[in-house]
Design a protein. Structure first.
Length: 173
């Protein structure tokens, strides 16, 4: 398990800090990939304005991966500035992951992540250094689609279920 180098309790009601193992356990659970979770990425345009969009994401081998069409605004923004955040509502916990996202072209990683996407119901296959499938989100554009890996710097979790709390986890990068 990827381990934080520091944990900060953000709770203002007296709850204990949340352990990183809580969101990590949900993300790493094979059943999570098959759940209908919506991930939103926030990127930065070259002029400094923000941009947010939904992405299909999966947690594989201790990292968050997501797909984006090469001509989408989010992909163009990441090419200019890899800094981004990804937000998701997990069961009982809202989570924001912050870091840098970079395109993945390694064949073995592409194959491993495509296999996870297939178990989640999206029939992704590797073609060259990208993904292809019979379909994708309408906003993704036509294939091929690029795979990105988020290098995690910080995560913030707010628990909406017991045990309640709010924490920030810092990671080495």
């Amino acid at each position: 398990m990827i381990e934080p180098i520091a944990t900060h309790n953000l709770d203002r009601y007296g709850n204990a800090e949340l352990p990183w193992s809580r969101p990590h356990g949900i993300l790493a659970d094979e059943k999570t990939a098959a759940q209908d979770l919506t991930y939103f990425i926030a990127t930065v345009r070259p002029d400094g304005r923000s941009h947010s969009a939904g992405v299909g994401a999966v947690w594989v081998d201790d990292a968050l991966y997501f797909v984006s069409g090469p001509d989408t605004l989010k992909s163009r923004n990441l090419a200019h500035n890899p800094a981004c955040s990804v937000a998701v509502r997990l069961p009982g916990l809202d989570l924001v992951l912050e870091g840098d996202a970079h395109r993945v072209t390694d064949p073995s990683t592409l194959e491993r992540v495509a296999a996870v996407y297939r178990t989640s119901g999206w029939p992704a296959s590797v073609e060259g250094d990208a993904f292809t499938a019979a379909y994708n989100a309408p906003s993704a554009g036509p294939p091929p689609w690029h795979l990105y890996r988020l290098t995690l710097h910080t995560a913030v979790g707010v628990a909406g279920a017991e045990p309640h709390g709010a924490s920030r986890w810092d990671f080495a990068h």
